[in-house]
Write a protein of this length. Structure first.
Length: 375
């Protein structure tokens, strides 16, 4: 009898959203939508993180409960997975050697930036790696927050990187504006019913991954279900923008609430490290773009934007503005997204285990005579 009466109460508490969470989500939504309206790259997550980070300085920001966290992670996963379509791999196959060069470029940029954050800035390996992975900001922040890593610092790095890139790239590519502008075909969005079904199956798959001990299981579940649905043609278009925006706002609110104990004295040091990281990765991207331009006869501007570690939407918009072939750019950033999003959920947990094992090995062994009080 008692079980039947307490079980519904526990269920209600599980799905309940506190007034503090409502305030945090409201502030995140306001900040995210303002940035989206201003056309800031990655605006939904950037605006929500900044808004809630400011709220956290007043002590009013609250962490999010499991329902909001699961929903936000799965929505981001579904939106990321929706970049896959029946023709995605065909587009990548049209530029096989250039895509291979891009993959090597991504690995090189990540390795160099990780080393910089570790040896120059003194960050632990796992945090340095997540701060260095080029692109897919919402995905990286989501992974870092599910791992318990310092999501606030990683969010600052990823957001600063996008701002620097969007500022620097037009200056570098300005002299190579002679390519003709090719408009992308109109975007078709999935019907609401299809979107809700994909979300439901994504949450179910995420629950399975969580039970299997996968890092960011709900993020991975949403991504795989959405990718499969779009690749097979069951979902005929792209996930509506509100799915990514809502997911980013929730993840941004969750991340912003972590700024409650953030040491703001470190902010400018992080920005300094980001400038070093962006500078080094841009030099690598320029080197690979020059090599591809010489060896593969790819226009330098297209190669540079295709290899640069920026967000997909920002890079495609930039390619259109600069008169660079957006199909080439889109295919390469799709490939980069695929490489990053497919590999990180499996690589990072193993690296964390190695990091924990190294910490244990570095601890001095206990003296059994001292612990027993013997002399």
């Amino acid at each position: 009898m008692s079980a039947s009466t307490t079980s519904p109460k526990k269920l209600l508490r599980l799905f309940a959203i506190s007034p503090g969470e409502m305030l945090t989500i409201a502030v995140a939504t306001l900040g995210g939508m303002v940035f989206v309206w201003l056309n800031v790259p990655g605006g939904a997550i950037s605006g929500s993180v900044i808004a809630v980070a400011l709220l956290s300085t007043t002590g009013q920001a609250h962490g999010l409960g499991p329902v909001l966290r699961v929903t936000g992670l799965c929505m981001v996963g579904v939106a990321v997975g929706a970049i896959v379509g029946p023709d995605t791999f065909a587009n990548m196959a049209a530029y096989p050697f250039s895509v291979l060069a891009m993959a090597i470029c991504v690995v090189t940029m990540t390795a160099v930036a990780t080393a910089l954050w570790m040896y120059v800035m003194g960050w632990p390996f796992s945090s340095a790696l997540l701060a260095s992975v080029p692109g897919s900001m919402s995905y990286i922040v989501s992974v870092s927050i599910t791992m318990g890593k310092d999501a606030a610092r990683i969010a600052v790095v990823q957001m600063s990187r996008v701002v620097f890139l969007v500022t620097l790239l037009p200056l570098i590519v300005a002299w190579d504006m002679h390519g003709r502008v090719i408009k992308l075909p109109p975007v078709h969005y999935d019907p609401l019913v299809v979107t809700l079904i994909v979300l439901a199956f994504g949450i179910a798959a995420g629950w399975v991954f969580e039970k299997l001990g996968s890092t960011g299981g709900f993020l991975l579940g949403g991504m795989l279900v959405s990718g499969l649905a779009h690749f097979m043609g069951w979902a005929p278009g792209r996930s509506p923008d509100w799915v990514m925006n809502a997911g980013q706002i929730i993840v941004g609110a969750w991340t912003g609430s972590r700024f409650s104990d953030f040491d703001w004295k470190l902010f400018w040091r992080i920005v300094y490290g980001t400038m070093l990281g962006v500078g080094s990765t841009m030099l690598i991207a320029i080197g690979f773009a020059l090599a591809s331009s010489y060896l593969l006869k790819v226009p330098f501007g297209a190669a540079l934007i295709g290899y640069s570690p920026g967000g997909l939407e920002a890079m495609v918009v930039l390619s259109l503005a600069l008169g660079v072939d957006p199909i080439f750019v889109t295919a390469h950033h799709f490939a980069r997204y695929f490489i990053i999003n497919a590999s990180l959920p499996f690589i990072v947990p193993r690296l964390l285990k190695m990091e924990d094992a190294a910490k244990l090995a570095a601890q001095p062994p206990t003296n059994p005579q001292e612990s027993s009080g013997e002399t």
